[in-house]
Design a protein around this ligand. Structure first.
Ligand code: FES
Length: 69
């Protein structure tokens, strides 16, 4: 997964956090969006990056994708 990340991509523009920084927080043990927010702030302002954080949690195997429909 980490090899697929663009290290310059900004995941959370409110806090200027890159994809790789969010991934690192998850790798260090954050297991939910709220825990990521607590650890680095991402998702704690406008909230528009919260779906991206959810996707990172899923891709990194923290969350199991749920089928919809
Ligand atoms: S873009 Fe992450 S809280 Fe606004």
């Amino acid at each position: 997964m980490l090899g697929m990340l663009n290290d310059m991509a900004i995941a959370c523009s409110c806090y200027g956090l890159r994809d790789s920084e969010i991934a690192e927080v998850i790798r260090d043990g954050a297991g939910s969006v709220d825990e990521v927010t607590e650890a680095c702030g991402a998702g704690g302002s406008c909230g528009s990056c919260r779906p991206t954080i959810e996707a990172f949690l899923t891709v990194q195997g923290v969350r199991i994708p749920v089928a919809v429909g």
